[in-house]
Design a protein around this ligand. Sequence first.
Ligand SMILES: [Zn+2]
Length: 244
Amino acid sequence: MTTQRARICKGCWQQMRVPVPLHGVLSLPFRMVGIRPSRMNPNTCTICELMFTRVMRARKISIDATVLFADLRGYTTLSQSLPDDAVSGLLDTFYDECASAIWDFDGLLNKTIGDAIMAIFNFPIQQPDHVRQAVLAAREIHRRCHARRADLVRAFGSQGDQLGVGIGIATGQVSFGEFGRSHRDLTAIGTVVNTASRVQSVAGAGQILVTRAVRDGAGPELAEREARAYQLKGFETPVELFAA
Ligand SMILES: [Zn+2]
């Protein structure tokens, strides 16, 4: 599936009603002054990126957002028996498929951490239904990775079949800003981010696990899902999670 990217920056249009072309001939004058699609979300532009970087640098802000972590399972085992270029090719494929899925639902691909990715929904493009968009993006990640399965088995033999993606999602207030002393990093921090990461760590390959707030916010489709209690690292009492 080839994805249709936005022709004008969604951030500039939403915030300022200014059409900033991202592709084609109309975008050339903009590109000459350094305005191009953002690498975190190509449906927004580098001005949007700068604008929020500058705002954040002044003071971190608290926003309502949904945070998604996805991790490539079976990768560590596989990487031990593969040449380096095959390993990096595999990770590139995983990142690319995750990025496309996240951008399809207007999320921000905020970080790649080893064999995991972190995405944020509701920033900088505002999404009233960001919880649902994150769940749909998670399903799209699975769909895309599943579609690549035959290629992986061809490339890596039977071990390719052990690869799968575990996904965790949490929602609520996060602090967004630049954190870190030596290497300043534009990202979100807070309990919601930690929770999403821990939820991802207990999700099996091919599974999407979400918190109660995500289940409640994602719309009627998940309303009937039943809870299972999980002991998450760093949490004193078991946490109820739902399969999405
Ligand atoms: Zn923009």
